[in-house]
Design a protein around this ligand. Structure first.
Ligand code: IMP
Ligand code: MG
Length: 178
């Protein structure tokens, strides 16, 4: 940690407590569903997925997909592109898409539509944070960690130009400063 460390928005303790609550809720909701396939959206969800998945008390497996929706910074291009699809067969399985953050909603909307082509038994979504004021499309987040304002956040998997992903908390940076 140095003097340029991002200002804390959501503390490590608050994140850990909320992730446990979400895991308990998901475990209860899927108690009778059999295997739950957690589909993590690379790269940003990797830490949230790791913590969430280890706190579940139900059978689960892990898949990853990768999309590209932004350049190497914080300026939205609008387009969502699939970079890597799931490897396993999710036909007939219960799927939970695990995202780091929902901003405009375009990425999650695209992903839920894309997942349907794999014919899962069900699709739900989890996101650690959502920028409620930034929504451009209507998309349901079934399991949400926190709503935040319209600011750029880093840490707990989230980056700005690949920096600060491994911070244990969620912090705010101003892209113009860095
Ligand atoms: P959306 O399609 O606008 O909802 O954007 C979602 C994606 O943009 C997320 O999965 C992130 O990869 C990225 N993103 C949006 N806001 C932030 C942020 O504040 N910090 C880091 N990544 C972000
Ligand atoms: Mg993402």
């Amino acid at each position: 940690m140095n003097s340029n460390a991002p200002e804390v928005l959501i503390s490590e303790d608050d994140i850990q407590a909320r992730v446990l609550e979400l895991a308990e809720q998901i475990s209860a909701d899927y108690a009778d569903a059999g295997d739950l396939v957690l589909v993590g959206v690379l790269k940003g969800s990797f830490i949230f997925l790791a913590d969430l998945s280890r706190r579940l008390s139900i059978p689960r497996t892990i898949e990853f997909i990768a999309v590209s929706s932004y350049g190497n910074g914080s300026v939205a291009s609008g387009a969502v592109r699939l970079v890597m699809d799931v490897r396993g067969n999710i036909d007939g399985k219960h799927v939970l898409i695990v995202e780091d953050i929902v901003d405009t909603g375009h990425t999650l909307k695209y992903l839920t539509g894309m997942m349907k082509s794999h014919r899962p038994a069900s699709i739900k979504t989890a996101a650690l944070v959502r920028k409620a004021e930034s929504a451009e499309v209507d998309v349901t987040v079934d399991y949400l960690g926190f709503d935040i304002g319209n600011e750029w956040v880093v840490g707990y998997g989230l980056d700005y130009a690949e920096q600060n992903r491994t911070l244990p908390y969620i912090g705010i940076i101003k892209p113009s400063d860095s």
